[in-house]
Design a protein. Sequence first.
Length: 152
Amino acid sequence: MEKYNFQYCQKIVVYSKDEKSVLMCKRKGEADFDSVFSFIGGKMETTDAGIVDGLRREKNEEVGESFKIKIFPTFTTNVFYAKKDGNAMILPHFFAIHESGEIELNEEYSEYKWVPLNEVASFEPKIFTIPEILDKLELLKEVINKTESVII
């Protein structure tokens, strides 16, 4: 019997209220992407009651409970990534829109930026898959905005 071995690491792609910019946070002390901008999010934990609960926990840990987003949990674009340590990860990227509140970064990040969508391609340093993920979400945006969302 084969053993399945991967981590499920949820990412949240947070758009500004006008959907013209995207939130990117600079990783600090991370093995694979130290000092590189990425989306917020992290691994599902056994204590998470479900996907939305895991997304809420990660959002609260990384940017604060008062930072509220509208998330669309039925739509993702997925990325497979093999880490330097050999662990494999599946990274579903969830579409979200900032609703209210200020960002309070935790110790995993050194800074954040709202990057205009038309500047993402030239913005550096960023994780290399970000433009592709945004392109896929842009294609789905009209459909996504008509589906059920949750404020977390």
